[in-house]
Design a protein. Structure first.
Length: 342
């Protein structure tokens, strides 16, 4: 049975808005945005959830037609003090894509591949591009975008950047943060700029130039200088560290990469208008090997030995998952090797 998402209602049966100026906000957005502005109950209920168990009814929804629409929508939200939530495909598992905010959905219109350079191995994309679309286009040149979550046929590049996603083949090309070269971003205060790696000479020039950009870079440099040694000493050196802010990307040895420092911030620091991402060689011939173990702990103990062979992907299954597939007669489940962990 499909779960019903409740919309708070007054004693007269009308929705109670979580934002006091919701009516005025909706009217202002409708006047200034060429795309869709939806504050109806159905749209709010539809965007009240993501792939998690969390439910937060948004203030309303904006489906921007282009980057100018995004800028206009943020200007209106700023005027009314309304929080905003840039949203990908809503596949996040920890509630990142639902909140009491004006949700921006980029998937309908801001979904184009702006440039794909097979020689220099990069693509420039809008945030609503579905990962599968980019990978399919890149595959024509035997290239791929390395991160590939299981939701690759619907998750978006903007969502991957917000979440710092990786997937099974993170061994092949790393996480999203390792594959972002440049971001063109919009801040809540209306500042628009392009960020990426910043050599020390350029960093000094940006700060000396002043303005909002110089102020931001100066504060980031101060943060790096104050906590750099602690970041070097205490940040976990593990391949799939996806939690928390990527402050290590601000270190001088990392090139003071503001773009990569923003990866994983879930739209709380900036809205991505477009992104330049790295493409890598896509292996054209692949072999799948399945190994069965007595339990998941023995399987984990053998990971270092398997990694010596440089696999492009590595995935573990707990035995009851396979047992459930077999019990349901799932095609192909007979091919799994015997064991409680594989």
């Amino acid at each position: 049975m499909q779960q019903q998402i409740p919309i708070p209602a007054s004693s007269h049966g009308k929705p109670v808005d979580s934002f006091p100026q919701a009516v005025e906000l909706r009217k202002a957005l409708s006047r200034n945005v060429r795309g869709e502005v939806r504050f109806d109950r159905g749209s709010r209920a539809m965007y009240a959830t993501d792939g998690s168990n969390y439910r937060q009814i948004p203030i309303g929804l904006v489906v921007p037609h282009d980057a100018d629409d995004v800028i206009a929508a943020i200007a209106v939200c700023r005027k009314y003090g309304a929080p905003v939530l840039p949203r990908g495909a809503g596949t996040s598992l920890a509630g990142q894509c639902c909140n009491v905010a004006v949700v921006l959905d980029f998937t309908k219109h801001l979904n184009r591949i702006l440039e794909l350079d097979s020689e220099r191995r990069f693509a420039r994309v809008q945030p609503g591009v579905v990962l599968y679309t980019l990978r399919s286009q890149a595959e024509r040149h035997q290239l791929t975008f390395a991160p590939d979550p299981s939701t690759h046929n619907r998750c978006t590049i903007g969502g991957l950047i917000g979440n710092n996603s990786c997937g099974t083949h993170s061994l092949l090309g790393g996480k999203t943060v390792d594959n972002v070269e440049q971001l063109h971003i919009l801040l809540y205060d209306g500042t628009e700029m392009t960020v990426g790696p910043t050599p020390e000479s350029e960093l000094h020039r940006i700060i000396q130039a002043g303005g909002r950009r110089g102020q931001i870079y100066g504060k980031l440099r101060d943060l790096r200088d104050k906590y750099g040694n602690q970041i070097r000493a205490r940040f976990p050196r593990i391949p799939r560290r996806v939690s928390g802010f990527n402050l290590d990307e601000l270190l001088s040895e990392q090139g003071f990469n503001v773009a990569r420092a923003l990866v994983g911030t879930e739209g709380t620091c900036a809205i991505v208008l477009n992104a330049k991402v790295r493409l890598i060689h896509s292996p054209q011939h692949r072999v799948l090997v399945g190994a069965g173990y007595r339990d998941a702990f023995v399987a984990a103990d053998h990971i270092p030995e398997v990694l010596k062979f440089d696999p492009i992907g590595y995935e573990g299954f707990e035995g009851t998952i396979v047992d459930g597939l077999r019990a349901k007669g799932q095609p192909g489940s007979i091919c799994f090797p015997r064991g409680v962990g594989s």
